[in-house]
Design a binder for this molecule. Structure first.
Ligand SMILES: Cc1cc2nc3c(=O)[nH]c(=O)nc-3n(C[C@H](O)[C@H](O)[C@H](O)COP(=O)(O)O)c2cc1C
Length: 319
């Protein structure tokens, strides 16, 4: 089984991926959170570090691009191939209003004819691109089922099938659901068996049992992507591969290394703390604590307060 950590803006940036890789690894590739090509410079400073080969294993990292403009997409591809990347991913899943309002992310699924035109232009231009590395770049897509209704995917999948994508990662929810409710497994099943491309499943794998239920239902599924579940329990892939569950000392080391990484990268303790709070939003679920005790982490104003609150959570023990 190929397993990828999911891209999560504000959570699984390069610092997280680096610490995760050093302490756990065991995955088959990493995706960056979405990068949006800007009007003038292709990438802003912060985004550059997401793909800087100094902080990322280029051969294992897939940069994700968020745009509905094929020309901007290709411009970004040129920059990425110059850095050595050989695969990129199109974000067709982000449900945020600010993104879908510009017809990006899951907003690309509003109008299948426009999606078709996007790919037609993208792949036509790519085929004739002057730089060879762009011509041979692999492109995958990470998609939801639609905007309002899972059945919309019946009009979307034939479009994906028409273009030479290397992988279709499906998070079987629609835009209006954000991250609520449960994934539409019947719609996923239909997509899985009708896709001409390799399909990767993504959504609500929190535990080993979730993983086992999924693979029982889809014995031929050979790739999955895990987001929130892997932040909550960074040992989840190790457990899936037959290893031990996460220990308290590992949570302490993991969160220490994350914090140090964020402080070094942001040069600002307050901002680094914000990032830690995002991570604890998920990791906190694993501990036998009340919401009040967890909130002490979210409310910590500096590193000293944070460390005291964190020890309180660790002392409560795992559920
Ligand atoms: C805080 C947050 C940020 C996310 N950022 C991205 C992103 O940048 N690109 C993307 O494709 N998906 C993003 N997602 C969606 C996840 O990659 C994933 O599809 C979703 O969380 C469902 O998988 P899970 O149930 O395993 O978490 C984000 C999700 C969350 C909760």
């Amino acid at each position: 089984m190929k397993i990828y950590p999911a891209p999560m803006e504000g959570v699984t940036g390069y610092v997280f991926r680096q610490v995760y890789r050093e302490m756990f690894g065991g995955v088959d590739g990493y995706f960056t959170p979405f990068l949006t090509p800007a009007e003038k410079r292709v990438l802003r400073g912060k985004e550059r570090r997401e793909i800087d080969p100094e902080f990322n294993p280029v051969d294992m990292t897939v940069p994700q691009i968020l745009t509905d403009d094929p020309d901007k997409f290709l411009k970004m591809c040129l920059l990425l191939t110059d850095l050595g990347y050989t695969e990129v991913n199109l974000n067709a899943g982000c449900p945020s209003q600010t993104v879908t309002g510009k017809n990006r992310g899951s907003g690309m699924l509003k109008d299948p004819a426009a999606l078709d035109r996007f790919f037609d232009r993208l792949f036509t231009e790519k085929e004739h691109y002057p730089e060879e590395p762009v011509r041979s770049l692999r492109i995958s897509v990470k998609t939801r089922l639609g905007m309002e209704d899972p059945e919309e995917f019946r009009g979307i999948l034939p479009i994906y099938n028409r273009y030479p994508l290397c992988e279709v990662i499906i998070h079987p929810r629609v835009k209006k659901e954000f991250y609520n409710g449960t994934p539409h497994m019947d719609a996923f099943e239909e997509a899985f068996y009708n896709s001409l491309h390799p399909v990767c499943y993504n959504g609500d794998i929190w535990t080993l049992e979730d993983y086992e239920r999924l693979t029982e239902r889809f014995p031929t599924l050979d790739r999955i992507m895990i987001g929130r579940g892997l932040v909550a329990d960074p040992s989840l892939v190790r457990r899936i591969r037959g290893g031990d569950p996460m220990t308290i000392p590992e949570y302490r080391e993991f969160s220490d290394r994350l914090l140090d990484g964020y402080i070094e990268s942001m040069q600002n303790e307050t901002n680094a703390m914000m990032r830690m709070k995002e991570a604890w939003l998920y990791m906190g679920r694993q501990f036998d604590v009340t919401e009040r005790e967890l909130k002490k982490i979210y409310k910590a104003k500096n590193k000293a307060e944070y460390l005291i609150a964190r020890e309180g959570v660790l002392a409560a023990g795992l559920k």
